[in-house]
Each structure stands twice: as structure tokens, then as C-alpha cells.
Ligand binder design. Structure first.
Ligand code: FAD
Length: 414
């Protein structure tokens, strides 16, 4: 196989400035002859949501991007609990050991974003540019239309515009994104205040009832996070795609968790008025390819696998996508017809494994419950926790994208 030399000059437009878009911009900056422009709909980049986990897999890609040292450390998540939210019974406790240079942490989402932003070249990001639609111009590239009436043309459009991706809608117009029934409410509060209610709130942990849970985790010396989620049958309850980080009243959140232990209810009540944010979880099936329009479109991050935050590592996946895309372009001298199929070859099986794992978990949960004649609430909570665990997840949380890339490269005659 011959690599074109010198590299072709191409223009890459990235839609979206989340972890996926920012990581793609950083990685592409190191690829010769690539002009990069990132279009972000917001006027300024602000992360909605409270905390974010940075596990070994995310640290690995942050190292490759040269960003790891810029991430302000958070709180180590070496012990993780699962408990019954009504009785307080501890159901599982996982103790992790530190492997590699970095400890798994939970930190504020803004810390990760600030670290990535620091490494994006000035002038690359164009704010206040909301993609409205896209058009396939054949050999002339992809035309991108913005809501402000302007447009641009690029050789490659990277859809890093999140789970409700406009880029995906354009190239996969029948993609069925649906409300999962799960609503999440997130907020931060002083760690001391939370710990005073129950010392176990100072350990990263899920407090479960059959169709809901409340999660506590410190994110820094001074702050802790509460993420409370509830599942309601989506056949009855609907949600709008725009429900992403919208403020909700305290009373509304409190009304969903009245059956929990008094100290959990007190923690929920302790959130300052106006601080709760609501997120409606949407999801869709796996795609058979992450590239489209004869290798002029590629999806990264949540746009490419609408898994609705499953595995709590989506920012890591998004950054891995961006880094691999850049390596593939560099390897093939920016030949999109060679680089994009390699991207698919590396990332598709990984996402397929995630979808398969979630199906297995669902099955395991219903099998466990199916063995009990008249399951009590405690049985249902237990089967939920059993369904969540028991399998080696190092293929996600210890994934080293650098090694995966080297393996894929080794298979090629390059
Ligand atoms: C409750 C919850 C908890 C989570 N916890 C974790 C965690 O602990 N660790 C972890 O790694 N991941 C976590 N995730 C997942 C993680 O947040 C996402 O997977 C990650 O943010 C995906 O990054 P992204 O860049 O693909 O998309 P996003 O972060 O969604 O970014 C998309 C960007 O595109 C912009 N945009 C959208 N539409 C347009 C448009 N039309 N035009 C221009 N710009 C546009 C948006 O403004 C945004 O800046 C969690 C998710 C949820 C819901």
C-alpha cells in the first residue's frame, strides 16, 4: 500500500464543541495539510451537568492528545457502592486499584472542558453557529447550512454534535432516536453538608429503588454531586429533545424520590433553589457504519452511538473517536477513501460490543427476576444491581486506544 506524499490538502469542518469535537480539533491540528474549523451552536462553551468520571481509558486518550496534565484533578473513585435506597442495605462494594499513571477520578465537567479548550488553536472555534442542514455536493464536498443564513463547504464533516445530531439526521434521515423513559436531575452541593447527612454519601455510590436511583459522588475537595434518575414507561411519558440541562423546581425533583431514606430526601432538599438541571435520556440503535456520503461524513462521540450516557464514559469514547480519526487521516495522507473505512473498522466493533453488553444486562436482570415467584421490592432492587455487574469491564475502563490503534495498523500492509 502506498501512502500519498505529500499529504493532500483538505478542509475538515467539525460540528459541535463537546469533548468529541474539541478532541478531534486538537488531534487534527497535528495532521499535516488539514484546515480545521469547529462550529459550535452556543455563544460560549459552557458544560451543562455536574460531574464527569475520568477513568483509565479517558486518561489514556488525554495523554495521547497531550491534555492530561491540564486536567485539574478531582476526587478519586477507588471505592464504589450499590445500596438499597429505602433500607440502606449495602449490596455491593467494589474496591479498585490504581493501574497506570492516573487514578480514576470524578471531577467537574467544566474542568475537562477547560483542559481541552486550552489545547485548541485560537481561531478554530466559531461560536454561535448552529448547523441546520447538510447537502452532499458529490466530488465538491459537503455543504453546511447554519441557522443564521450562512453556509460553508468542507471536504469532510465531522458530526460531533451530540446525541441529537443534525449531521446524523442529514446522512441517516430515518435514524430512530427515542426517549428511553429515563429522566436525570443533576446538581452540585457542598461536600461537607452532604457528608453530615450520612457519611456514606461521601463515597461514590448508587442508592437504588426498582425504577430509580440517587447517585452521590464527591467531585473535588469542596463539592459533591447528586444525580437522581427515574424511569417511567415511555409509552405513557414523553419528553422533548430540548430537555437537556434545563432548570427545574426543587419541588418537582423532590416529588420523584419520596420513598427514599429520610437522609436521601434531605440531601435532595438541600440543593439551592434554581440549581437542579433536568436531562431527558434519548437513545437509538447501533449504526452499521459511522461514515456516509462516500467518506465525506463521519460521526464521533454521542452522535455515533446514541447510548444515552450508558457506561458513564461517553466523553472518553468521544475523545477516542477524535484521536483515531486523526491517526487514520495522517496514515493515509488525508485520503478520505482510505482513512474513513479504517475508522469504521476500528470503532464499529467497539460500539457493537457496547450495544451487545447492554442487551445482555437487560436479559440478566429479567432472568434473575424471572426465577422469583412473587418478587418483593428488595428482590427487584437486587436483580437490578446484579444486572449491572458481574462482568469484566476492563475492555471499557482500561481501554488503551493507542494500543488498539497500533494493532489495527499492524494488520495493514503500510
Ligand atoms: C447523566 C449523564 C452522565 C454522564 N456521565 C459521564 C461520565 O461520568 N463520564 C463520561 O465520560 N461521560 C459521561 N456521560 C456521557 C457524556 O456526557 C457524553 O457521552 C459526552 O459529552 C459526549 O461528547 P460529545 O462531544 O459526543 O457530545 P456533547 O458533549 O453532547 O457535545 C455536543 C456539542 O455539540 C453542540 N451542538 C449540538 N447541536 C449542534 C448544532 N446543530 N450545531 C452546532 N453545534 C451543536 C453542543 O452545544 C455541544 O457543545 C454522561 C451522560 C449523561 C447524560
Amino acid at each position: 500500500m502506498t501512502i500519498p506524499h505529500p499529504a493532500q490538502r483538505i478542509k475538515v469542518a467539525i460540528a459541535g464543541g463537546g469533548p468529541g469535537g474539541l478532541a478531534t480539533a486538537i488531534a487534527l491540528d497535528k495532521v499535516p495539510n488539514v484546515e480545521v474549523v469547529l462550529y459550535e451552536k452556543s455563544a460560549v462553551l459552557r458544560e451543562v451537568g455536574a460531574g464527569i468520571s475520568i477513568g483509565q481509558n479517558s486518561w489514556n486518550v488525554l495523554e495521547l492528545l497531550g491534555v492530561a496534565d491540564s486536567v485539574i484533578s478531582g476526587h478519586p473513585t477507588l471505592a464504589v457502592l450499590n445500596l438499597n435506597g429505602r433500607t440502606g442495605e449495602e449490596l455491593t462494594r467494589t474496591e479498585r486499584v490504581v493501574k497506570g499513571k492516573h487514578t480514576s477520578i470524578r471531577t467537574e465537567r467544566t474542568h475537562l472542558q477547560a483542559a481541552l479548550l486550552k489545547h485548541v488553536k485560537p481561531g478554530v472555534i466559531r461560536y454561535g453557529k448552529k448547523l441546520q442542514k447538510t447537502e452532499d455536493l458529490g466530488d465538491a464536498g459537503v455543504k453546511i447550512y447554519f441557522t443564521d443564513g450562512s453556509s460553508d463547504i468542507a471536504d469532510l464533516l465531522v458530526g460531533a454534535d451530540g446525541i441529537c445530531s443534525v449531521v446524523r439526521d442529514g446522512a441517516w434521515p430515518t435514524y430512530p432516536l427515542k426517549f428511553t423513559g429515563t429522566t436525570i436531575w443533576r446538581a452540585l452541593l457542598p461536600r461537607k453538608e452532604l457528608k453530615a447527612l450520612d457519611p456514606r454519601f461521601d463515597i461514590t455510590g448508587w442508592w437504588h429503588l426498582p425504577t430509580s436511583h440517587v447517585w452521590f459522588s464527591p467531585v473535588s475537595q469542596g463539592l459533591s454531586e447528586i444525580a437522581a434518575r427515574e424511569y417511567q414507561d415511555p409509552k405513557i411519558h414523553s419528553a422533548s429533545k430540548s430537555t437537556w440541562g434545563v432548570p427545574v423546581t426543587n419541588e418537582y425533583v423532590e416529588s420523584h424520590f419520596t420513598e427514599y431514606l429520610p437522609q436521601i430526601q434531605a440531601a435532595i432538599k438541600a440543593i439551592p433553589y434554581g440549581a437542579w438541571r433536568e436531562f431527558a435520556a434519548f437513545a437509538g440503535p447501533e449504526l452499521s457504519r459511522l461514515t456516509a456520503w462516500n467518506n465525506k461524513i463521519v460521526l464521533v462521540g454521542d452522535a455515533s452511538h446514541a447510548l444515552s450516557g450508558a457506561f458513564g464514559s461517553g466523553a472518553g469514547f468521544a475523545m477516542e473517536d477524535g484521536w483515531v480519526l486523526a491517526q487514520a487521516l495522517a496514515l493515509f495522507g488525508n485520503d478520505l477513501n482510505k482513512a474513513l473505512p479504517l475508522f469504521d473498522e476500528i470503532r464499529l466493533p467497539y460500539y457493537a460490543k457496547m450495544y451487545a453488553h447492554l442487551d445482555e444486562q437487560k436479559q440478566k436482570r429479567s432472568d434473575t427476576l424471572g426465577k422469583i415467584k412473587e418478587p418483593t421490592e428488595e428482590d427487584r432492587v437486587r436483580s437490578k444491581v446484579i444486572g449491572m455487574g458481574g462482568k469484566d469491564m476492563s475492555w471499557i475502563y482500561e481501554h488503551d486506544i493507542g494500543k488498539t490503534w497500533e494493532k489495527a495498523r499492524g494488520r495493514l500492509d503500510v
